[in-house]
Design a protein around this ligand. Structure first.
Ligand code: KG4
Ligand code: ZN
Length: 350
């Protein structure tokens, strides 16, 4: 049924035609809420991140994240409605992330959404965070399934065949660390402040790719592994220290980045060959990475495929992507009840 839906990225004059979803996201350290019309038109996008506060600890402390969500969620949701110039009464459904993520953080968003739904008699829809990341591709764009989607974030590295708005097949995943996690760990080793991914990306841009770090599983399959790469960067730094040799941080950053990203490109290429798809979308926080963006556009030219990368603000965690995923579940009448729970891990994207 959803396969043939019309893509409406212009608002109709007749307001009843427009489905307005309030999306709430609290799976990690961002408290986010957004109002999205028809899964694509973003009317507001409010994000309050505790990452600066978390940087004191060098990473996300789950209890601190949950407490920050409790402090911020009311204000963030209020602002998302005000910015959208929409009242709660006009909202058709409340979509909220209920898995995967930090359990305490998820519970804050989920319970807030349940309470709001109960008090205002508006249905609520539980959304998988990864389904949200895939749906970030629809925001302010015309892209339609089927397409190949690479989700690269702090917690996930997934290659997904998006067959329809509510139908995905996971083709490859990481067997250990996620690529964003590897970025954050190496950044920490290089004394870059948390969140390290973007800072490592900047440092790499002035370095030379002159250290040969290994790529795992390069020769077969569509799975990923980043623990070997991480160990080899640590070993390299330790060996340099033992030899009293110079440690050039920008060269380590550039060489690490080359190994971490080149393997993603190899796997995308292989997945395209296997599926014969001709569109690739990249989403999740690491999709902000400059070398990944450059490498993917090069691949697009070489392989003659279409590339879609959402705006950077929709790549990192946000409520708009959750609202968009919620819209497609709304069309399919997939509502949740008050007994819906939160889950820290969940292998099912939908
Ligand atoms: O999607 P996201 O906001 O949260 C998760 O669902 O995990 O992704 C956050 C991850 C972090 O690991 C962060 O370091 C990484 O995305 N990241 C980057 C860049 N910007 C964010 N990694 C590499 N280069 C970047 N420019
Ligand atoms: Zn995420």
């Amino acid at each position: 049924m959803l396969e043939n839906i019309e893509i409406n990225i212009k608002e109709d004059k007749e307001d009843k035609e427009n489905i307005k979803i309030l999306g709430i996201e609290t799976s990690c350290d961002e408290t986010a809420a957004s109002v999205v019309i028809n899964g694509r038109i973003v009317k507001s996008n409010v994000i309050s991140s505790s990452s600066e506060y978390q940087s004191i600890f060098g990473g996300v402390v789950p209890e601190v994240a949950s407490r920050k969500h409790i402090e911020n969620i009311g204000k963030v949701v209020d602002k998302s409605l005000k910015d959208a110039k929409i009242t709660l009464k006009e909202i058709n459904a409340i979509a909220v992330t209920n898995s995967p993520g930090l359990i305490g953080s998820l519970l804050v968003g989920l319970n807030f959404a349940k309470a709001l739904s109960y008090a205002s008699n508006i249905p609520f829809i539980a959304v998988n965070h990864l389904h949200g990341h895939i749906s970030s591709c629809y925001l302010e764009s015309n892209i339609k399934p089927p397409f190949m989607c690479l989700i690269v974030s702090g917690g996930h590295t997934l290659l997904v065949h998006v067959k329809d708005y509510l139908k995905n097949e996971i083709l490859g995943t990481t067997t250990d660390d996620a690529v964003g996690e590897a970025y954050d760990k190496i950044a920490r080793i290089l004394d870059l402040p948390y969140p390290g991914g973007p800072k490592l990306d900047n440092l790499a841009s002035i370095g030379k790719k002159n250290i040969d770090f290994p790529m795992s599983f390069a020769n077969d399959g569509l799975n990923f592994s980043y623990s070997g790469l991480k160990s080899s960067v640590i070993n390299y730094i330790n060996t340099q220290k033992m030899k009293n040799s110079e440690i050039i941080k920008e060269d380590i950053a550039a060489s690490f980045q080359k190994a971490a990203i080149d393997i993603l490109i190899i796997k995308i290429k292989r997945a395209l060959e296997n599926t014969k798809l001709n569109t690739v979308a990249i989403c999740g926080g690491v999709a902000c990475n400059s070398y990944l963006r450059y490498s993917v556009s090069k691949l697009a030219k070489e392989e003659n495929v279409n590339i879609h990368i959402p705006k950077t603000i929709y790549c990192t965690d946000n409520g708009a992507m959750i609202a968009s995923a919620g819209f497609y579940k709304f069309l399919n009448k997939e509502f949740s009840d008050l007994a819906t729970n939160a889950y820290s891990t969940n292998p099912h994207i939908i």
